[in-house]
Design a protein around this ligand. Structure first.
Ligand SMILES: [Mg+2]
Length: 177
């Protein structure tokens, strides 16, 4: 499994909805740790039909899933319930602790678990600290709160460097030795 360091994701796709998870499942991944806000739906939005059907698609393929969110229970629990997924709220990303708990809950490990999120400084950095392969996606909604906008300003150069160095939609980086 390819590991990434610092702020670099392992792979970068435009949207979580454009990823071929069947291909990833065939390569041995069985657990997915997912961010919610701006990864699956716009920030603060309820689990819409697209998100619910996507989660059903993952479960039908055989994946176990766990939402990992820094948001509170009021936000995360109803969303997870609608998507029939386990969850960890107030995760304190990028702390490793939530990622390790999510793997425990899914009974998966560092060789078969993927992380997906839209924020480098929380989702991707935490995956790298934990030693997990990660997929960065573009945020669904560009209109964000000011503290997130400030983080984005730090993120754009990383996205740009990643794209010029590796390109987008690189499945091979997720399972290359
Ligand atoms: Mg997010």
């Amino acid at each position: 499994m390819k590991k990434s360091a610092g702020w670099m994701p392992t792979a970068y796709f435009h949207s979580i909805y454009s990823i071929d998870f069947e291909r990833l499942y065939r390569r041995g991944f069985i657990g997915v740790i997912l961010d919610i806000d701006n990864t699956l739906v716009p920030h603060g939005a309820a689990a819409d039909r697209r998100a619910r059907e996507f989660m059903e698609y993952l479960h039908d393929l055989g994946f176990d899933t766990c939402f990992l969110s820094n948001n509170d229970r009021d936000r995360v629990a109803p969303f997870a319930r609608a998507c029939h997924s386990s969850y960890i709220c107030r995760a304190g990303k990028p702390s490793k602790r939530g990622y390790v708990r999510a793997m425990k809950r899914m009974m998966t490990d560092r060789t078969n678990t993927l992380v997906i999120g839209d924020q480098i400084i929380t989702d991707i950095w935490g995956a790298n600290l934990t030693g997990l392969p990660s997929i960065l996606v573009d945020p669904i909604n560009r209109h964000e709160e000011i503290q997130i906008v400030l983080k984005r300003i730090l993120e754009w150069p990383v996205r740009k460097v990643y794209r010029s160095r590796y390109g987008m939609n690189r499945y091979d980086r997720l399972y290359a030795e």
